[in-house]
Ligand binder design. Sequence first.
Ligand code: HAM
Length: 429
Amino acid sequence: MNLKTKRIRGMQDILPDEMKKWQTIEKVMTEEALIHGFKSIRTPILEHTELFERSVGDSSDVVEKEMYTFVDKGNRSVTLRPEGTAGALRAVLENGLHNSPMPLKLMYESSCYRYEKPQTGRYREFFQFGLEIFGSSSASADAQLIILAHSILERLKIKNVSLEINSIGCKNCRKKYIEAIIDYFNSKINSLCPTCKNRLTKNPLRILDCKNETCSEICKNAPIITDYICSECSEHFKILQKYLKSQNMNFKINPKIVRGLDYYSKTVFEFVCNINENETLAICGGGRYDDLSEILGGPKLCAIGLGFGIERILNIMESQKILFPKEKPPEIYIASIGEAAKEKAFKLCKTLRNAMIFAEMDIIDRNIKSQMKYADKLGAEYVLVIGENEISENKAILKNMKTSNEIEIPINENFLNDFLNISVKNIGF
Ligand code: HAM
């Protein structure tokens, strides 16, 4: 086929078989979030560019290199959201949700856009399931959120996941730490990669998670943040660990987790999963962002949240051969011969569907043999065959596709009850 146009690089079509798996993951996430008191929110895909410049940070890789930004017809700079937190908080503030009883717990599933180099688990369009808790400065909110994420991963049966946590302190203690790492990296500046040389003046924390081999080696001896955080941040971090331990949650403190987005303070964390012997991938990342509301012009509003990468979770579940529930086949296929029978099939289908029974019928004028073959392919449990004789006698043949047994069934106003009696009780044949 010589298609005239193709999909955009780094973006995926999610086809019906895959969609079913997505829905399984989304169902687990939503159900868990609901029993933790989260309510859904949906925000626009497009936001003013300045929202992300101010929140994600104009020296972050995301804002500097990865955003899909363009000028709209009204000459405004707008951006396809690269993540969900900034839009969620903007919506909270703009709609006055911060005045509602706290804590406010919100969940969303959003497509996100980052112009990154496509590779395993890295797309230019990807979906995040996000959870945000507003209005709590307590480490118990951090712990509850992490425990919720863990329950989701457990219910999805994902193996080889580890939780890594860190504290990057508040804006006050982070200042001292940044001075210390600038001093340290300045003394090694000639060995740093060109990107990190640039980061040294713009965003020195990001050097800590540079993937370049020499930079990683240099980072091994860099000062660590936990030695610099103030007593309040240190206490917060200790309490979080106490709660996690009390729930028997395994975790590792990884001082290198600084996260790629600038709005974080205090707790940051990631759930990472091995994709092969040497490589890990973050399937969920999050942290506290107590200052972001004020940065956006709102009141003080402490917050913590996380984002799951749905594609990464799906890829890992597939590679770990985790079974997804199978698509349900139709309960009944109505095969018909002739126009009068087809009209009757329409009526019966409607009756069945009104009762939430998955019913199918022919809509491409197949002959009866092909209809039976198609019903078998679909995996229909029963086939109702309505022919011309059956119409005149107001009855039809119901075939159990598993046993191949057949019985006669009236196709009058009692049809639904009769069918339910047979199918639910599985009687008669
Ligand atoms: P993030 O770590 O940038 O955090 O993204 C969250 C998750 O989205 C990652 O752990 C990863 O699974 C997935 N992800 C990120 N980039 C890509 C990509 N290019 N392709 C596929 N999956 C990707 C955030 O975005 C924060 N908003 C999370 C948060 C919520 N923090 C506080 N509240």
